[in-house]
Design a protein around this ligand. Structure first.
Ligand code: FES
Ligand code: CO
Length: 348
């Protein structure tokens, strides 16, 4: 599936940038191949519009914010949050109103700017830990990976890769038979439950305050269609480590990885820096393998293009639900002409 060519995927919310990155002025972001300019108005509310001035196409993201509006760096045409031109400095006596740039839905949530390019089908997922006392938030990663959202999503719920991809962090290489899992489908995603045995390397022992060499991860997690997930990991000592990861589609090959975590322990128990260091090792292990896969993952699981095994069920359900979503909106799955993407194109 080529995410940028499925119009219905424009109707979901994606986190696109940590809010604080807009503190010193407007910034560009490419979302599903749309070049956007993001800025904060005088009340700190984010706005998103086409990053292309209606006058001579200059990038508005090179401009600046004046009050609630964005000013083009070329001749100063000024646009409001709805994309309407409110000022043409060269002709102050004439109405500016006819010039426009396209504007998009933008919201601030969980420390990020979220954008929906179309008419939203669902809300930004609710994260109860964000308001519950007893949790702290740790912002972890904001970086580009050369992989498609679907690849990262199915990897997130794949109990069979731990023993191999994560054999140097928490995977049990000598126990390759994956833990059983349970999936409950929801309107725009699913809930997932599993209990996965894992290794407890030295840094984890310290962070989890657990002495044993192995432990169990009780995971009650969510897939948020199309490219969001929450892994809610509870360890036997009651500690909760909930990781939210979005693979925001930049284009068909690249995703902006936005990852933050909620922890039920304190900074004194486990310094954020060390938690990030452990999760960094784990995500690097995933990244290396995911960037080697074809970005155009097929939704049609019966095509024979990829082979499957029973533990692939979460990814199979994702594909089935995405196909149903496309069908519901009269879309066909867009592919790279059905061909394998040559390896040399993958080399970065
Ligand atoms: Fe933006 Fe001229 S190009 S004002
Ligand atoms: Co992994």
């Amino acid at each position: 599936m080529l995410a940028t060519q499925q119009p219905v995927l424009r109707r979901f919310w994606y986190p696109v940038m940590p809010l604080e990155q807009l503190d010193d002025g407007p910034k560009p972001f490419r979302l599903m191949n749309e070049e956007l300019v993001l800025w904060l108005d005088s009340e700190g509310k984010p706005h998103a519009a086409e990053d292309r001035c209606a006058h001579r196409t200059a990038r508005l993201s090179l401009g600046w914010v004046e009050g609630d509006n964005i000013v083009c760096p070329y001749h100063g045409w000024t646009y409001d949050g709805g994309g309407g031109c409110v000022r043409i400095p060269q002709t102050p006596d004439r109405p500016a109103g006819r010039a426009k740039v396209r504007a998009f839905n933008a919201e601030a949530r969980y420390g990020y700017v979220w954008v929906c390019l179309g008419d939203p089908l669902t809300d930004i997922p609710h994260m109860p830990e964000a308001d519950e006392p007893g949790y702290r938030v740790i912002h972890q990663f904001y970086e580009v990976w050369r992989t498609a959202g679907l690849r990262l999503m199915e990897n997130s719920f794949d109990n069979a890769h731990f023993s191999f991809v994560h054999r140097e962090s928490f995977g049990q290489f000598d126990k390759p038979i994956p833990a059983k899992l349970n999936i409950v489908e929801e309107d725009f995603g699913f809930r997932f439950e599993t209990v996965a045995p894992v290794n407890n390397p030295p840094l984890q022992k310290k962070l989890l305050k657990m002495d044993s060499d192995t432990t169990e991860r009780h995971m009650t997690s969510n897939w948020f269609m199309p490219f969001g997930r929450k892994l809610n990991i509870r360890y036997p000592n009651g500690l909760v480590h909930a990781i939210i990861t979005y693979a925001t589609p930049i284009d068909d090959e690249h995703s902006m990885i936005c990852q933050w975590a909620y922890r039920s322990d304190s900074e004194e128990d486990a310094p954020a820096e060390q938690i990030i260091a452990f999760d960094r090792q784990v995500t690097e292990e995933d990244k290396r393998v995911l960037e080697s896969t074809d970005y155009d993952a097929p939704l049609d699981t019966a095509s024979g293009e990829e082979r499957h095994m029973p533990s692939d069920q979460p990814g199979m359900v994702m594909r089935k639900m995405l196909l149903a979503l496309l069908a519901r909106f009269g879309e066909e799955e867009a592919r790279v002409s059905g061909a394998r993407i040559p390896m040399k194109e993958k080399a970065s």
